[in-house]
Design a protein around this ligand. Structure first.
Ligand SMILES: O=P(O)(O)OC[C@H]1O[C@H](O)[C@H](O)[C@@H](O)[C@@H]1O
Length: 550
């Protein structure tokens, strides 16, 4: 048997240490250490991280850092930056860091510097954005564009959608931006209801140019365009594409000069920094897009060079490992207290779960430890009136990231102070909880009898000792949003590197696609002699009897 992660001395040390930490309460940890906030606070690239409300001591941290070293994390970080083929199953590097390498130092793939291609693509975006904004490029009736519709799914959707929404205060307001992802026909139908074909630009976003949802939605968009005043000559004015598969895009009918490049060495969920970010650049302008890249670049530099002990993505990755592998957590919550960042949980969900939802290591052997957590979440303070109940009193452990800007883009009345107080009070409540004694005293103070107070008090007990990080930045600017997302990308890599899994493939999504094609044949009454399982056949029969086939 080959040695695995669980055979490392630091792993056994952490297992033993967990037994010591589990009985301790964070209330006491704070009471015993006035320096705890300072001890467990760090910042980089405009992002501040308070991780003092975690079930850790200084020893926990040093043991986790030992684990990172024994698992060769520093070498693995360097391997990513040097363009090594860390995506082993697809024999490719994962070089999203090259897309924001504003230092322009050469980065080689197969002996060729890729930075000139990266710069050319940025230049192509720059010119395109300028032509649209200055109305040099217009629709078929010579009117300037008013709307863009980005058609794409997964990584070709979630990242640009999150960032364009996060940066709404920076929109130049000449263009509305819409996204179509779902193959549910209601999505494109609803979006097309609100736009004018004369002034609508479609961006077809697909790294592979082979994704069913995107191609089918594009066909619908094209026929809608042709039915509503457009024609085959003017289609070139209204349809552009971003893809690594130029040939398929051309065969599909997109003009070659309207195609923006992508590369094998960028994973879909890491691609918002490439031309997949066109909707971002069109809404906030190219200067804003470059500021986004610069924020991510600053985080990249920090990740590559900062000591592990002060390294934001490393600390967060290690905390995730601590809870998942040693304290039994299955999930992790992303809770942005910023209306503009409300799409963050969905993006991080794909980023993390598609990257680290793996159960074999780099050698193809099943891991004997758990890997990526379930990522969930939503906007604060809304979640406090919904799922936070389970965080406070449920039986499951879900560490949470509370993400909040120090300043609001919209300082309405005392809203931001109230929002901030809500965010802090949640992390405080999670940490300290409420004892039975405290609960009972409160009830007695309200005038309840001893009997009633005794009956009710156990229901009001809040165990506390629930971990959270508080992540802050001055304001959600292009730069801070870039740094924030890059921080999560690197956190995911830290965990994947320590778990010795490939964070850059996603074979698990393929089986459903294959099976979907077989089922589709049957639904469309196309010849198929394949007998499926009884449940699936029964459900197909229901569709054939009561559903619609076209
Ligand atoms: O950009 P595309 O090639 O159309 O891929 C879109 C998405 O679909 C796939 O099924 C993957 O799970 C995602 O990682 C990817 O981002």
């Amino acid at each position: 048997m080959k040695p695995t992660l669980t055979d490392l001395p630091s792993w056994s040390a952490l297992e033993a240490h967990a037994k010591h930490i589990i009985p301790l309460h964070m209330r006491d940890m704070f009471a015993n250490d006035p320096e705890r906030f300072k001890r467990f606070f760090t910042e980089a690239a405009g992002i501040k991280l308070d991780y003092s409300k975690n079930r850790i001591s200084a020893e926990t941290k040093s043991l986790l850092v030992n684990l990172a070293r024994e698992a060769n994390l520093p070498e693995k970080i360097e391997a990513m930056f040097q363009g090594k083929a860390i995506n082993t199953t697809e024999k490719r590097p994962a070089l999203h860091i090259a897309l924001r390498n504003l230092a322009n130092d050469p980065i080689e793939v197969d002996g060729k510097d890729i930075m000139p291609d990266v710069r050319d693509a940025l230049q192509q975006m720059d010119q395109f954005v300028w032509r649209i904004h200055s109305a040099q490029w217009r629709g078929f009736s010579n009117k300037p564009f008013t709307d863009i519709i980005s058609i794409g799914i997964g990584g070709s959707f979630l990242g640009p959608k999150l960032v364009s929404a996060s940066l709404k205060p920076y929109w130049n307001n000449t263009l509305n931006c819409h996204y179509v992802a779902n193959i549910d026909g209601s999505h494109i139908t609803e979006v097309l209801k609100h736009v004018n074909p004369e002034t609508t630009l479609f961006i077809i976003q697909s790294k592979s140019f082979g994704t069913q949802e995107t191609l089918e939605n594009t066909k619908v968009a094209r026929s809608w365009f042709l039915r509503n005043g457009g024609n085959l000559e003017t289609i070139a004015k209204h349809f552009v594409a971003v893809t690594a598969n130029t040939q398929s895009a051309i065969e599909f009918g997109i003009q070659e000069e309207n195609i923006f490049p992508m590369w094998d060495w960028v994973g879909g969920r890491y691609s918002l920094w490439s031309a997949i970010g066109l909707p971002i650049a069109l809404t906030i302008g190219m200067d804003g897009f470059k500021a986004l890249l610069s924020g991510a670049h600053a985080m990249d530099n920090h990740f590559r060079t900062a000591p592990l002990e002060e390294n934001l993505p490393v600390i967060q990755g290690l905390l995730g490992i601590w809870y998942g592998n040693f304290l039994g957590a299955d999930s992790h919550a992303i809770l942005p207290y910023d209306h503009y960042l409300r799409g963050l949980p969905a993006h991080i969900q794909q980023l993390d779960m598609e990257s680290n939802g793996k159960s074999v290591d780099l050698d193809g052997d099943e891991t004997d430890y758990t890997t990526g957590p379930i990522i969930w979440g939503g906007a604060g303070a809304n979640g406090q009136h919904a799922y936070h109940q389970l965080l406070h009193q449920g039986t499951r452990l879900s560490p949470a990231d509370f993400i909040i800007p120090l300043q609001s883009h919209n300082p309405v009345a005392t809203h931001h102070a109230i929002l901030f107080a809500n965010c802090l009070s949640q992390t405080q409540a999670l940490m300290q909880g409420k004892t039975e004694q405290e609960a009972k005293q409160e009830l007695l103070d309200k005038g309840l009898s001893h009997e009633d107070a005794n009956t009710l008090a156990p229901h009001k007990v809040i165990a506390g000792n629930k971990p959270s990080n508080t992540i802050l930045f001055d304001k959600a600017t292009p730069r801070t949003v870039g740094a924030l997302i890059a921080m999560y990308e690197h956190k995911v890599y830290v965990q994947g590197a320590i778990w010795n899994i490939n964070s850059f493939d996603q074979w698990g999504v393929e089986l459903g696609k294959q099976l979907g094609n077989e089922i589709l044949h049957k639904l469309l009454d196309e010849p198929s002699n394949k007998q499926l399982d009884a449940s699936t056949e029964g459900l197909i029969d229901l569709y054939s009897t009561y559903g619609t086939s076209i």
